[in-house]
Design a protein around this ligand. Sequence first.
Ligand SMILES: NC(=O)C1=CN([C@@H]2O[C@H](COP(=O)(O)OP(=O)(O)OC[C@H]3O[C@@H](n4cnc5c(N)ncnc54)[C@H](O)[C@@H]3O)[C@@H](O)[C@H]2O)C=CC1
Ligand SMILES: Nc1nc(=O)c2c([nH]1)NC[C@@H]1CN(c3ccc(C(=O)N[C@@H](CCC(=O)O)C(=O)O)cc3)CN21
Length: 319
Amino acid sequence: MPKVVEHLAKVNDKPVFSIEIIPPAKGGKIDELLNDIAPMMEIKPPFIDVTYHREEYISVKSDDGTTKEIKTRKRPGTVGICSAIMHKFDVDAVPHVLCGGFTKDDTEDLLIDLNYLGIENVMALRGDHAKPFSTFKPKTDGHAYAAELITQINDMNHGKYLHEDAEYLSKSNFCIGAAAYPEKHFEAESHEIDFDHLRAKVDAGAEYLVTQMFFDNQKYFDFVNKCRENGIQIPIIPGLKILSTKKQLDILPKLFYLEMPSEFDSAVRQAKDDKDARAIGIEWCIAQCRELMKFGVPALHFYTMSKSTTTMAVAKEIF
Ligand SMILES: NC(=O)C1=CN([C@@H]2O[C@H](COP(=O)(O)OP(=O)(O)OC[C@H]3O[C@@H](n4cnc5c(N)ncnc54)[C@H](O)[C@@H]3O)[C@@H](O)[C@H]2O)C=CC1
Ligand SMILES: Nc1nc(=O)c2c([nH]1)NC[C@@H]1CN(c3ccc(C(=O)N[C@@H](CCC(=O)O)C(=O)O)cc3)CN21
């Protein structure tokens, strides 16, 4: 299976179209998911990221009226979905591998499964905090940061497992992606400190980066220039979200700690309804893509939430 970096290396005049999908809510049908994303296959994404959703802790009422805490995973199925899209669409699946909710042994088991499935691309992420908590907490004997996770994956690529280290152990062959923040990760005390942690991920073996979504291209341009000036030369893929409702104007900055450009903010606020807001969001993203292409980005990566319509409205204008 080709590596993401091999797809990116082949880019000459037009960037790669890549997408990120989320598993259906628990109990959802695989055929519905495949039908939902099928229209985007027209643009032939060479790889598709499949997010991993960590466990959450909720209280449920028992019959006797008492409540108890249960652990549940609202969107399970990442590995199965990877296998399904590989076979259905002949596309490379890039599963997200998280620190959150995993011990190092859990991670090793997952990597072995992915390896046996012939999956050779992973996106190594710390992951968000588990609901209802407000801060990220690693599992006991789990990784606290993505750089540690990347080291474990890179070790397995060199035949080094957690408890065994012998010649006969097969080497995995994962191409490792990692996350990056043009507008700084909200927990980092400063851009400089965040940048040091980013460098640690690259030094640990990350071969390409995917950015947090942004709506102001200048944030991305400044970030890439800073990376190049500081010796980070690996591909940096811009992550794009197409705004599709008025409420997202306030939710997205709050959720992902990003700034909405004032011109975009006022245009969406004046939209008469979500349909209008969506049209503005599509136009804004098309303009972003055109400017990013001129800058020479290797790919345009869309956070689709497994919905095709808005992504296709942009992709048809761009690819
Ligand atoms: N494509 C995607 O799905 C993307 C997902 N994300 C999300 O962003 C969040 C963070 O993910 P990652 O960047 O992988 O996490 P990370 O572990 O690289 O960084 C998380 C935070 O911890 C800090 N940090 C890193 N190493 C540290 C250390 N050794 N000591 C102290 N602080 C350290 C970083 O500066 C950052 O503020 C996750 O929730 C992830 O899901 C972000 C961008 C893209
Ligand atoms: N910290 C963080 N966690 C993530 O899971 C994550 C990132 N960053 N950045 C990259 C992608 C983008 N992700 C997402 C997740 C949700 C929406 C989203 O639009 N959700 C709702 C709006 C918010 C809400 O109502 O909860 C939607 O309208 O679909 C978009 C991108 C997931 N990924």
